[in-house]
Design a protein around this ligand. Structure first.
Ligand SMILES: NC(=O)c1ccc[n+]([C@@H]2O[C@H](COP(=O)([O-])OP(=O)(O)OC[C@H]3O[C@@H](n4cnc5c(N)ncnc54)[C@H](OP(=O)(O)O)[C@@H]3O)[C@@H](O)[C@H]2O)c1
Length: 273
């Protein structure tokens, strides 16, 4: 059994790489540039938008960890089926709880639909926001101790990417066929509370500046394309997606408690140096 991991240099794909390596499952990491990988995981070079660039990496692969939203997915899936791939685990998102027409839900939905239509087993992982999104505050932390936070009053049970990795590896080994798994972290914290956790770990007197809805709107619309900014505002500003509730899926699937934000910040404190 060999697993192909897409997005292997990113937060979620990197966590799948770690979980595979820890369990001694061989993997091929789809990367665009040379990167350090753990023992047992070999790099394969390719572009997710150009399936022909990694068709040669598919023979012998039993399962694919697939990021959503890339082009020519039908071609990728046809190549995979021809090469004998049996299982595709899609990294989808909580946005599919809400309406499917916004820009974020639409690309996840399209990916799920394409995989459902292919001749493979599948599992769809629909996680809440990742704890690694905390890294978006890094520039502010370099400038001082104040962190401007969007949607300050909305508690979110963010998830540790390693919990996604652990479940993905189980699914890639045959668990959770035809299951949609809604994944949350262990506790819902407002962004203000998340800053407090970071302050404790870093030993810094951080304070959170609660951005108003107008400030949040302006910042979102200057930092990302309009349809994505509108989707984020609808999720957290209008409450069209519930990332506050906590469920037990991580614990049920892995047998260990969902990792906490304290754990994530301690593991990643060097990134805030
Ligand atoms: N962040 C969240 O809160 C959240 C919540 C739910 C779902 N998601 C989903 O999870 C996905 C992954 O999140 P993440 O935080 O792991 O993202 P990330 O850290 O930005 O990683 C993205 C990965 O995709 C790779 N990549 C991008 N374009 C590619 C291409 N054309 N060909 C091959 N590889 C390509 C990147 O490789 P390079 O290193 O070469 O750039 C990187 O490894 C998101 O895109 C989103 O769909 C995210």
């Amino acid at each position: 059994m060999t697993i192909l991991i897409t997005g292997a240099t990113g937060n979620a794909g990197g966590a799948v790489v770690q979980s595979l390596a820890e369990q001694g499952v061989p993997g091929r990491a789809l990367v665009r540039t040379a990167t350090d990988l753990p023992a047992g995981i070999e790099p394969v070079y390719g572009d997710l938008n150009r399936p022909e660039t990694f068709v040669g990496a598919l023979p012998g692969v039993s399962g694919i960890f697939l990021l959503s939203g890339y082009e020519r997915l039908d071609e990728l899936l046809a190549n995979a089926v021809r090469a004998g791939v049996r299982k595709v685990v899609v990294l989808s998102s909580s946005s599919l709880d809400g309406e499917l027409t916004n820009a974020v839900a639409a690309y996840h939905h399209a990916t799920e639909q394409a995989v459902r239509a292919a001749d493979v087993e599948w599992t769809f992982l629909r996680p809440n926001s990742f704890m690694s999104n905390t890294l978006r505050w890094r520039d502010q932390l370099r400038a001082g101790d104040e962190v401007r936070v969007q949607f300050p009053e909305v508690p979110v049970s963010t998830i540790h990417p390693r919990d996604i990795g652990d479940i993905a590896v189980r699914a890639l080994q045959g668990a959770h066929d035809s299951e949609v798994l809604r994944l949350t972290g262990p506790v819902a914290l407002t962004p203000v509370e998340q800053v407090a956790v970071l302050a404790e770990t870093l030993g810094r007197p951080l304070t959170a500046y609660p951005m108003s809805r107008a400030e949040t709107h302006a910042e979102l619309h200057t930092t990302m394309p309009e349809p994505y900014a509108a989707a984020i505002e609808s999720f957290f500003g209008d409450g069209t997606v519930d990332e506050t509730s906590v469920n037990t899926t991580v614990t049920d699937a892995t047998g260990h408690p969902a990792r906490t934000l304290q754990t994530w910040t301690q593991e990643n404190r060097a990134l805030f140096g």
